[in-house]
Ligand binder design. Structure first.
Ligand code: ZN
Length: 145
């Protein structure tokens, strides 16, 4: 299995949300890196073209105004793209990325999510004619909000 990860994801200085607390990814990566049949692969940041398939130009600029937030959010979206491409190429993949994305809407963000990573990744595959639809199973470890 391919594990999509960047050490940049450890940086959570841009967020005060408890979900961004340091140490949450370290335990996951400690376990996954011990698996001999898991290969850790590093993503590139998503491009503006990739991101604005999902988000408005206003939202893109809003995030871009914060240099660190933009760097890490684009890198997280790039991680989702890499995992989606691996999956498309029939390679099982798991992405350990942060910030998360499933609470981000086209023109807004909340819940420690800035770009909707899964949407960005799937719309990229869709735009390339690789997929016509996708099944997304999303779960969250809290209720309400
Ligand atoms: Zn949530």
């Amino acid at each position: 299995m391919k594990i999509v990860f960047s050490k940049r994801y450890y940086n959570s200085e841009y967020a005060g949300d408890p979900a961004a607390s340091p140490g949450r990814l370290e335990g996951i990566m400690k376990i996954l890196s011990q698996k001999e049949d898991y290969q850790i692969i590093s993503p590139n940041p998503a491009t503006e073209e990739d991101i604005i398939r999902t988000h408005s130009s206003r939202h893109f600029q809003y995030i871009k105004n914060d240099k660190l937030l933009f760097e890490l959010s684009a890198l997280a979206a790039g991680g989702a793209i890499l995992a989606a491409e691996e999956g498309y190429n029939t390679n099982p993949a798991f992405a350990v990325i942060r910030p998360p994305g499933h609470h981000a809407s086209s023109d807004s963000c909340w819940g420690f999510c800035y770009f909707n990573n899964i949407s960005i990744s799937l719309l990229k595959l869709f735009s390339e004619g690789k997929i016509k639809s996708a099944f997304v199973l999303d779960f969250d470890l809290h209720t309400g909000g």
